[in-house]
Design a protein around this ligand. Sequence first.
Ligand code: 16G
Length: 245
Amino acid sequence: FSPEGFDQTGAGPLYLQLQRRISDAIATGRLQPGDSLPPERDMAALTGLSRVTIRKAVEGLVASGHLIQRRGSGTFVAPKVERLEQALSLLTSFTEDMARRGKSAESTWISRAVHSPSPEEVMALGLAANARVARLERVRRSDGIPLAIERASISSAFLPDPETVTGSLYAVLEANQCRPVRAVQRISAANLGPHDAGLLNVAVGAAGLRIERIGYLPDGRVVEYTRSLYRGDAYDFAVELKLDP
Ligand code: 16G
């Protein structure tokens, strides 16, 4: 960062000039994923620009997904995601999928509690009106990178205490002898709104995949109704097709 090259007279607003400089540095590798940016005050001193201009430039680059901000620790160049290929024909869990790739699986919990079911949950899970439902909402990460937001609803009959799920939901369901053995999955396109984009560290409006999974027990009862939002820049879903006999 240096004061040279900022055109105070005509080459467009100064915050846009600074944004271009930072995004060029990322594109050319002079700034690497994970590199930290100097604090706002230092950037202002280094560039001769005002703190208001610095803040506006950084806010724009956070919104576009180039930078990420962590409260208390500063501003960083966003990590690059490598695309993952995910088979659609296997009923696996997030934890298992990551383990198979030799990657870690982590969750940041948003909420985990028992509720009265919504009409949508009553329908999907086939619940009685007075039933209760465990709702588990979390951001799924691998090697620290957020990949999906997952909102799982499980009848309390199968998961009385959602607090027992600290890592893998399917491992807990398996221990309770109610892991789904069959599922129907529906995928649709979605643009991520400000809240979800923030949770996934991507630009507002970035492409996402909305995935709904309904998981069944061998006797046909529904055990899981999960709605997820996957990062469109991180996943390729693949399935084998066979000629209609
Ligand atoms: C996957 C499933 C989700 C399931 C979860 C369990 C999709 C789209 N979703 O993320 O329905 O609840 O795995 O993972 O594949 P866990 O056992 O690691 O908690």
